[in-house]
Design a binder for this molecule. Structure first.
Ligand code: SAM
Length: 230
């Protein structure tokens, strides 16, 4: 059932807040409430998060601190101490859902070990947005992360999913998408696929076809922007 009376922010709780993947209209009222009432906001890049707060007119007296792969080992004990003393902490990433190819997994795991409450304010994620509009089966799917930069590692990643009976979802850069599709076509054959680009933004588009057809199209087109391959 829908409930609007849940606590906005519970002391000593880590709340994971999803943020827009391009369209500010996807910033939810609950995300705004939770960020407004937080005591500490941990984010990937403080400039990106301050900009989001400004653009959405969200005011907060929270202390805004950076939490990413490079300072995680040092910041985690501090954040856990703050939570243990009853501070409300929010974790956001630059865009989308925290932890999904973004920082936060070790922090949440440590909270679980220490019986610290973890809540979520769900919202945008490029994975589900791409899958849902791809036209490909949604009953079984696997998110496989970023495709590797080196071609040997990439071929290994692709070979791993050869026998998998599920739709697979990858993050890929516009510079490598054509090469990756061509390698996938070689290894996996003429499977149906979709390239979802710039989701929720002005130049949003989804191109569908076999892996080989899409490889040719992307090679000719040299796409720009952010891409999810389904
Ligand atoms: N945590 C994020 C989420 O939940 O969507 C994903 C973060 S990951 C570091 C960034 C990658 O997600 C991009 O390189 C791209 O592959 C994909 N992505 C993010 N925003 C996107 C968008 N608006 N359109 C298409 N792909 C997007």
């Amino acid at each position: 059932p829908l409930a609007s009376s849940c606590p906005v922010m519970t002391p000593g709780t880590l709340t994971l807040v999803a943020t827009p993947i391009g369209n500010l209209g996807d910033f939810s009222p609950r995300a705004a409430e939770v960020l407004s009432s937080a005591e500490i906001i941990a984010c990937e890049d403080t400039r990106v998060t301050r900009k989001l707060l400004n653009l959405t007119g969200t005011t907060t007296s929270a202390r805004i601190v950076a939490y990413h792969d490079h300072n995680g080992a040092a910041m985690r004990p501090w954040l856990l101490d703050q939570l243990a003393t009853g501070k409300s902490v929010v974790l956001v990433s630059d865009a989308g859902t925290p932890l999904i190819s973004d920082p936060g997994y070790k922090l949440v795991a440590a909270c679980r070990e220490q019986d610290i409450m973890v809540l979520s304010v769900p919202g945008p994620s490029a994975i589900l947005a791409a899958l849902a509009i791809s036209g490909l089966p949604t009953d079984r799917f696997m998110f496989a992360g970023f495709l590797a930069g080196s071609s040997k590692a990439r071929r290994d990643q692709i070979s791993e999913i050869e026998g998998l009976r599920a739709t697979t979802i990858w993050f890929e850069t516009p510079f490598r998408i054509a090469t990756s599709l061509a390698e996938m076509s070689k290894i996996l054959g003429p499977r149906p696929a979709a390239v979802a680009r710039e989701l929720t933004k002005l130049h949003e588009e989804v191109r569908c076809g076999t892996l080989g057809e899409l490889a040719e199209e992307m090679k000719a087109k040299k796409p720009k922007g952010e891409i999810v391959l389904v």
